[in-house]
Design a protein around this ligand. Sequence first.
Ligand SMILES: C[S@@+](CC[C@H](N)C(=O)[O-])C[C@H]1O[C@@H](n2cnc3c(N)ncnc32)[C@H](O)[C@@H]1O
Ligand code: FES
Length: 338
Amino acid sequence: MKSQAQINAHWSESAKNYDDIIQDELSSFRVEGWTEFIKSHVDFKPGMKCLDTGCGPGFFSIILSKAGYKVTAIDGAEKMVETARENCKNNGVDVQVLEMDAHYLDFEDDTFDLVVSRNVTHAIRDHKRVYAEWRRVLKPGGVLLIFDANWHLSWSESEMREDSKRRYKECIEKYGSDFNGNTSYDEEKFEEIHADVEKHPLAGIRRPDFDFGIMKAVGFDEIVIDRDITHNLWDDKEKLLYGNTPMFMIKGMKGCDHVIEVCMAGCCKRNGAEDLIKTLKERLKIERDDLTTGDGKIKVVESGCLWLCKTPPVISVNGRLYTNVKMSDLDNILETVK
Ligand SMILES: C[S@@+](CC[C@H](N)C(=O)[O-])C[C@H]1O[C@@H](n2cnc3c(N)ncnc32)[C@H](O)[C@@H]1O
Ligand code: FES
């Protein structure tokens, strides 16, 4: 596997070509397409704090700043950072762009409302570490949006590789070039680029299924997958060239750290559950209608029957059940959610 320094050097070398692609993107239908798409997945409020991770030349940083987010951007490659700073300045947006490795984020816990990353996760070394870091820096209730594709699959699967070659050839014939500046079909070069597949950390892995498991393991809630989001986001040339590996989306939410469920069904309700809820709200200083503490870390849920009806009232704290709960038990119960 390549070292992070080698990965950063690779992306620094690609910064100029990548910037050309982003400049085209910034003057295309994709600005509106991506802005609307992202807003449709986040309960947007102006001034929300967003982290653009692996920002490259800064496409998301620019469009999301213009859409009203307060954006911080990071990238591991020095030249990408320089390019993003320049592009943000030229587009009149105030974004803090920092050189930083996504595996080791230099931000406090619970900082951002939204973390976005496009075409980055195929290039990272330790997905578990990075997804855990993204969750850590999200505020409770914050959203992670990952956009990527199975870019690596045509390296390891021969049928797909043949299909990719066909698409590459057809793209050059139809449009005169691909997105890397190639103006003629060069099968030898294609094979050369795809030769070191064994070194790819994702060789043989299918996404986004792979990511789903990791997102769950590091604690994301409400994980949603869309396997093909290209409809309004890619043009015909992209669909031709990359259509066998469409861009997917993985969305995850950082839920509360602790959930206290109080059974409000028949027996428990008749045996003091309402008083328990009232006292929990007072003790946890809960004022929000969604029964969540001000920092979003603890949520009280009025639940249905927890199937221990013979020993009411019943409370579940992060899945651990307490029966015959008395007011005097709440001290011990609240100790567990500190
Ligand atoms: C294909 S570019 C995508 C850029 C941008 N997100 C976009 O969609 O236009 C991938 C970017 O991820 C960055 N990257 C890869 N691994 C990273 C890491 N561990 N930490 C920070 N950035 C990383 C690279 O330096 C590069 O700029
Ligand atoms: S009524 Fe509360 S556990 Fe069944």
